[in-house]
Design a protein around this ligand. Structure first.
Ligand code: BEZ
Length: 236
């Protein structure tokens, strides 16, 4: 009996379990050693103490991927300021990656020009890393990755997973917003409401005992805290 939601009649169950298991939020990020455009990386050991955005793209020298890389490259300093390193990946060679990012320097898009990609891009011709991270989604392609994004915290734990189809370029402002929300939640033990942006009010974690719920309602709102109900307290 197959436990997977997608139709897997054409796959061997054991292959699916070992090859196509998707990592989950809260899992330790799978370890790997990989060849990249910046030399070999040993993950996550080389990135201890840093946030990492590990992302895959379907192929080098494709238009949507080019706009994504130019956009991410233009935000490299913003991510560095958030103690965050970027790592790209596709099922292409390091030589292809080098030729592609060199070509990108000549392309203008959305006001970006002379764009230099300085973050590493993994050569995953063996598909080892892509397979470990569930970036190969076989009903789409067995030889290229989908657009996956993994946000991994400084302890090497997966905190966010996003998957986009090949035809849709990613929203990098949203990826940065998620990272900022995670960092804010970790620092202040709060949650962030819908469409939260840095500086906006935050949500106090829900009361998990009757006594705590009663205490919150009795204390009521003040200059910094608005009690909307026993389960919903907003902090400025
Ligand atoms: C692109 O990056 O343009 C692309 C890649 C794979 C499929 C479709 C579009």
């Amino acid at each position: 009996m197959c436990d997977y939601e997608y139709d897997c009649d054409c796959f061997d169950d054991e292959l699916i379990e070992t090859s196509y298991r998707l990592p989950l939020i809260g899992d330790d990020a799978p370890e790997f050693v990989a060849k990249t455009t910046n030399g070999e990386i040993n993950f996550p050991a080389d990135y201890e103490g840093k946030w990492v955005i590990l992302f895959s793209h379907p192929a080098d020298f494709t238009p949507v991927c080019t706009t994504e890389f130019m956009t991410f490259a233009s935000m490299q300093d913003e991510f560095k300021a958030l103690n965050t390193e970027l790592i790209g990946l596709s099922i292409d060679s390091v030589y292809s990656h080098i030729a592609w990012i060199k070509k990108m320097e000549e392309i203008e898009f959305n006001g970006m020009k002379n764009t230099k990609v300085t973050f590493p891009i993994i050569d995953d011709l063996s598909m080892e890393v892509a397979t470990k991270y569930g970036m190969i989604q076989p009903n789409v392609s067995t030889t290229s990755a989908v657009r996956a994004v993994f946000i991994i915290d400084p302890k090497g734990v997966i905190r966010t997973i996003l998957y986009y189809p090949a035809s849709t370029g990613r929203n990098f402002a949203e990826i940065k917003r998620i990272l900022q929300a995670l960092q804010k939640s970790d620092k202040d033990n709060i949650a962030t409401p819908a469409n939260w942006q840095p500086g906006d009010p935050v949500i106090v974690p829900p009361a998990d005992t009757t006594a705590e719920a009663r205490k919150r309602v009795e204390a009521g709102s003040n200059a910094k805290t608005e009690v909307k109900d026993w389960f919903m307290v907003v902090k400025k």
